[in-house]
Design a protein around this ligand. Structure first.
Ligand code: HEC
Length: 405
């Protein structure tokens, strides 16, 4: 029994490592290919009217040099006169990113929902409820998005974008009011990722398949499939930067632990959209600096708005030894269940990030980190699982600001 209790969390840690590695690799392959094709689409130039290429049905081409060779991609409007023998599809990059992402979500969050998803100061819910909210968000979110795309609103790119952005922010608002900030963020990211993969699986690939089928049957493909796929592809393009931020957001407790974490996320996502827009225009030869300027301004505004309060000057403690003893007791009580060589907290096989807080030397060595995580960011204890009080945080603040003796 004891062996299992030890092996399972350790085994899960390795599974986490492998699946996360895979997720990053497939994600790079997918987003990389997506960036490349968007760039290609925006950079191709039409051939001279009446030229051989134009007669073949080529609507645009470009020349590039890479890795010691010259490349000359050509885009056919609707389709070439006859179907090539070998045709490359790009879909497994997207599918494997989603599959590994869901696996990682399950390993990192659903298997340890108590520590990773629930924050009792936000909502006192059960693990099952937390997981239900997470999964439900993905299903409902995709359904609403897909219906909106098919509605008349789907035809107005700008308005559609604004409405979808508002709905995603609303989801962030709702999630940050039921889950821990960290789990709320990752579910907004999973929702956007699910929409992106749904677009590939349900619209883009089936549309392309219909085009290929029509051509195999000797018919001219209906351009409507291409247009529908293009619409979804444009949406995916603007989702990329926001979703990538969310995927790394769990390193930045200052964002997801904030009282208005949903608003922080809204600003950062908007910055990503503006910056992406700049690159889309730039590929087409239009350089509009106001877009990245807006993006940077939004990020700067967030940085200022969420800056932690400056420490107040504290008189040195009359008895530093007694003060340290109090701090040590707090840490033993609130932190050591996880931050120990052999954690007692369920689901933890080793000290998180190698941070151990079991003796005087370890506490002194990590004083700055302890202050940052418990006072400035309030990121620790994780989801306040061990229910640290504000008075205890103040005690740590006083100790650290007086020199962490
Ligand atoms: C329920 C388990 C748990 C408890 C209790 C807990 N932590 Fe953590 N701690 C973690 C995890 C998990 C991480 C890694 C977080 C990550 O990957 O972003 C971590 C990371 C840290 C880090 C390193 C942060 C960094 O990015 O370098 C510090 C410092 C820390 N915790 C301090 C504390 C202190 C101080 C307490 C008590 C007030 C505490 N923790 C309580 C689980 C816990």
């Amino acid at each position: 029994m004891e062996l299992f209790a030890y092996l399972i969390p350790y085994g899960l840690e390795w599974l986490n490592l492998i699946v996360r590695w895979l997720h990053v690799i497939t994600g790079i392959a997918w987003i990389g290919a997506s960036f490349y094709f968007v760039w290609l689409d925006n950079s191709i130039r039409p051939p001279a009217p009446g030229s051989e290429l134009a007669k073949k049905g080529v609507s645009g081409e470009l020349w590039a040099v890479h890795g010691g060779g010259f490349y000359n991609p050509q885009k056919y409007l609707v389709a070439p006169a006859e179907l090539p023998k070998e045709l490359h599809w790009f879909k497994w990059e997207a599918y494997s990113t989603w599959l590994s992402g869901i696996a990682l979500l399950t390993i990192a969050y659903y298997f340890n929902a108590q520590a990773m998803m629930i924050d009792k100061s936000v909502a006192d819910i059960s693990s099952l409820q937390a997981i239900g909210i997470g999964v439900g968000t993905l299903v409902v979110g995709w359904t609403v998005y897909d219906l909106l795309c098919r509605s008349p609103l789907g035809k107005h790119d700008l308005w559609f974008g604004i409405v979808v952005f508002a709905l995603i922010v609303a989801a962030a608002y709702g999630l940050t009011h039921v889950l821990s900030g960290r789990a709320a963020y990752i579910h907004v990211g999973a929702l956007i990722g699910t929409i992106m993969v749904g677009n590939v699986l349900m619209l883009i690939i089936p549309g392309q398949r219909k085009m290929v089928e029509a051509m195999s049957a000797g018919r001219m493909p209906d351009p409507v499939h291409g247009q529908k796929a293009k619409q979804r592809s444009v949406h995916n393009n603007y989702f990329t930067l926001p979703v990538l931020f969310i995927m790394i957001s769990n390193h930045y407790a200052m964002t997801y632990r904030h009282d208005h974490a949903w608003l922080v996320l809204a600003f950062i996502m908007a910055a990503g959209v503006f910056i992406r827009h700049f690159f889309n225009l730039r590929h087409k030869g239009r350089v509009e600096w106001r877009y990245p300027a807006i993006g940077v301004a939004l990020l700067a505004a967030v940085a200022v708005a969420i800056a932690p309060a400056r420490p107040v000057a504290v008189a040195p403690a009359a008895d530093p030894a007694a003060e340290f003893a109090r701090v040590k007791a707090i840490i033993a009580h609130r932190c050591a269940s996880c931050h120990a060589e052999r954690p007692t907290q369920a689901g933890f096989a080793a000290a998180p990030l190698g941070v151990m807080l079991e003796n005087d030397a370890e506490i002194h060595q990590n004083a700055e980190k302890i202050y940052k995580q418990t006072v400035q960011l309030k990121a620790m204890p994780l989801a306040n699982l061990t229910q640290m009080t504000d008075a205890e945080r103040a005690q740590i603040a006083a100790w650290y600001e007086a020199g962490a003796k």
